[in-house]
Design a protein around this ligand. Sequence first.
Ligand SMILES: C[S@@+](CC[C@H](N)C(=O)[O-])C[C@H]1O[C@@H](n2cnc3c(N)ncnc32)[C@H](O)[C@@H]1O
Length: 239
Amino acid sequence: MVTDPNTNYTSPAGKDFTFAAARFAGINPSSRVLDMGCGYGEGACNLASEFRCKITACDISKENLDLARETAEKRNVSHLISLEQADLIKSDYSKNPYDLIIAEGGVLSFISRRKGLSMASSWLVPRGWLAFSDLIMLSDNVPDEIRAIFEDETYHYETESSYRNLISELGMEIHFMCLVPVSGWDNYYAHMARRLEDNKGFFSDRRIKLAFHREIDVFYRLKGFRYVGYLFCVARKRT
Ligand SMILES: C[S@@+](CC[C@H](N)C(=O)[O-])C[C@H]1O[C@@H](n2cnc3c(N)ncnc32)[C@H](O)[C@@H]1O
């Protein structure tokens, strides 16, 4: 069921989840938010439109930041969002810490979950909030054909239980955790299917098109949704 046909998130957890994170953190116009791996800026624009807070939105990709800038201008929130091209692994945002950090769409897995969580924690004010969404494995017995789509020698995913342990080990307490409903995946793949029509930019590459077609096929035809899930978590720094 596609519930948000116009979504511009490149991940299954969309606007509802970004809003939930901001509600937990009590975000208001005096709050400061960092969006790690902002992609097309959908999360940052939603937060700025709804809560009028100040947001630093960073991403390694200039192409994504250009699209984020266009969206922010179209939605009249560009004055609230500072877009920065940055490789998170080499960044340090600890000088002026944030009330809320969002890391949506598996960016923690891209940069290493342990490192990403511990960097985020060091960039938060005391008792600050982190909200992230990421792919997890729902079972230890994932059929090879499905596992091969999501994991390779670089990418291995957590389970809910191992993620919980990691968060706790890194000095954060979980306030809310859930799996994104199937409609979140439907919204995401509907968006991806639209992007696969692109004839310029990231999605114009034949290999990217093929990889996404395979993933969508495995997710629905081989019932990949029984084995992989999208975890959404709101955690708070202990001290
Ligand atoms: C799957 S997208 C999610 C985008 C967005 N947060 C969303 O949910 O729609 C992951 C984003 O992380 C960015 N990214 C990956 N590695 C990064 C790094 N080392 N530093 C900064 N951004 C990175 C990618 O360019 C991409 O835009």
